[in-house]
Design a protein around this ligand. Structure first.
Ligand SMILES: Cc1cc2nc3c(=O)[nH]c(=O)nc-3n(C[C@H](O)[C@H](O)[C@H](O)COP(=O)(O)OP(=O)(O)OC[C@H]3O[C@@H](n4cnc5c(N)ncnc54)[C@H](O)[C@@H]3O)c2cc1C
Length: 478
């Protein structure tokens, strides 16, 4: 679609007429806030929408969806702006930026929380922790509830409590034809199934209701840091321990360049190190005995595992993930944490950690409650895998692009013998139609395509991990 065509569709007169039906903020090219408003987390993405609409409530969302449908605009929906592929912003067309739709209400008796569509995880955790309650959410506080939940959502506490989407009880959704519906196990149950794993495809979610679990406000957690020379020995011993540990023990391994921070021993600053991230997702009094064996491995050069507020633990990685970096990341499920995986991961992790201070090579340990939910229960797939490789190449200067992308290509190739073939689309910077299709079994994809045909036959919501409506339906619906 050409820019001139889009401009015709969104003429000044159209926008002025729309303004009369919209209470929130409208931002256009040339406005002082335009460049800031179109910016998302990943600096690789530089797109220029014709209009950014920031709704204040459901009626505004309906008005914006109607505008996009009636004018045949390309449409992006944005919450926290963290989507690495850039799905939260489009060229030309309309962005529905939900970031002004804040508000979380906790029901401590029912152990549920209702959150509006613009909430990010740090805001959500802050409210639920007032009551010592939590649901699995982002490992960085600025990630939005939207893309995260609708694409699955792995939080630190997922091995204990499941994916974020497993804790979704209901969602209010504005559909492509501008209606507001509720989806839950009781109402529109098929839509609810699709929302949990392919959720951006069927409408704009305006609020989420989550199940909460008792946790915090103080938990045992933090980082253990080892010199990279000990990496192989520590990673193997880590594997032996965590594979027989309870679901409460949430962990990840990472190779990164140790920051020049005062808490890091001076001889390690600026050097590649192996980090183990540890959280005990249970009572602090029970934690010591379970985390002690991990603290003894090595032993670590830095032991930062200690009692701390859950909200502080959730913010631990924030300094490593600032906005404005160029980022390319992958999320590949591993068949296991074999010696071969550890070797590849240490080799490539060490290589990038010698020149790239923002890059990290992470392996998350998952499984537990995530794996116990039957695969057919939600659209989300690949539940059985216990480990996920999450390499992140991140750089400030665009001149570093080729070098970082080359590293990622080589790392992915070296890892190929050890991956299951399944990816976690939310962590793929370049998800592409083939990966989306391959992410679901043929049966699941057919079920999702049928849902798409029912709820969004024209594929209005297509800037996402897109499920295509069957061709015949799309043509008939026109
Ligand atoms: C620093 C960082 C840390 C991360 N950590 C984790 C992690 O710990 N675990 C994990 O699982 N993933 C993680 N991710 C990946 C994350 O799940 C995805 O990037 C996700 O898309 C972010 O959601 P968002 O709302 O911020 O994104 P946005 O860019 O705002 O939106 C992304 C997509 O979601 C859709 N969307 C958003 N809101 C709605 C809505 N209300 N209705 C319909 N569609 C909507 C949009 O259409 C778009 O396709 C992380 C990403 C980053 C950058």
């Amino acid at each position: 679609m050409t820019t001139s065509l889009m401009t015709t569709r969104l003429s000044d007169a159209t926008i002025e007429a729309f303004r009369g039906n919209f209470r929130g903020e409208l931002i256009r090219p040339g406005d002082a806030s335009y460049d800031q408003a179109r910016r998302i987390f990943n600096a690789m993405i530089d797109r220029r929408p014709a209009l950014i609409a920031r709704p204040t409530g459901v009626a505004d969302v309906i008005a914006a969806v109607n505008l996009a449908r009636e004018r045949d605009l390309s449409l992006a929906v944005r919450c926290g702006g963290h989507n690495l592929a850039g799905n939260g912003v489009c060229d030309d067309g309309l962005v529905i930026d939900l970031s002004r739709m804040k508000g979380v209400r906790v029901d401590p008796t029912a152990r549920t929380a209702r959150a509006n569509a613009g909430v990010v995880w740090g805001e959500f955790d802050r409210e639920t922790q007032l009551f010592g309650l939590a649901t699995p959410g982002g490992r960085v506080t600025t990630t939005g509830l939207g893309g995260f939940t609708l694409g699955g959502g792995y939080g630190w506490i997922s091995p204990r409590f499941g994916l974020t989407c497993d804790n979704l009880l209901s969602a209010d959704v504005v559909t492509a034809d501008g209606r507001l519906v509720t989806a839950s196990e009781r109402e529109n149950a098929n839509l609810f199934w699709g929302l949990r794993g392919a959720g951006a495809n069927f409408g704009v979610v305006t609020s989420y209701e989550f199940r909460l679990h008792p946790l915090g406000p103080v938990v045992m957690g933090g980082l253990l840091m080892h010199p990279i020379e000990r990496g192989a020995e520590v990673a193997r011993a880590y594997r032996e321990y965590v594979e027989s540990a309870p679901d409460e023990l949430a962990t990840a391994l990472a190779v990164l360049m140790a920051p020049p921070a005062s808490f890091v021993p001076q001889h390690l600053q600026g050097k590649p190190v192996l980090v183990i991230v540890v959280l005990y997702a249970g009572a602090v009094e029970e934690a010591e005995a379970v985390v002690a064996p991990l603290k003894q491995l090595g032993p670590p050069a830095l032991d930062g595992v200690q009692p701390m507020p859950y909200t502080a633990f959730q913010a631990l990685l924030d300094p490593s993930a600032p906005w404005g970096l160029h980022v390319y990341s992958r999320g590949e499920h591993l068949a296991g944490l074999t010696d071969g995986v550890i070797d590849v991961y240490l080799e490539y992790g060490t290589e990038i950690a010698t020149f790239s201070p923002w890059s990290q090579t992470i392996i998350f340990r998952h499984g537990g409650a995530v794996a116990r939910i039957p695969d057919e229960a939600t659209a989300f797939s690949h539940r059985r895998t216990a480990y996920m490789a999450h390499p992140i190449a991140a750089w400030e200067n665009p001149a570093g692009t080729d070098r970082h992308l080359d590293w990622m290509r080589r790392f992915s190739a070296a890892l190929r013998p050890f991956v299951t073939g399944g990816v976690y689309l939310n962590l793929e910077a370049d998800e592409g139609a083939d990966k989306v299709r391959a992410n679901f079994s043929a049966e699941k994809y057919a079920k999702l395509a049928a849902l798409k045909a029912k709820w969004d036959p024209h594929n209005l919501f297509r800037l996402n991990q897109n499920i295509k409506p069957p061709r015949k339906v799309a043509r008939r619906a026109r």
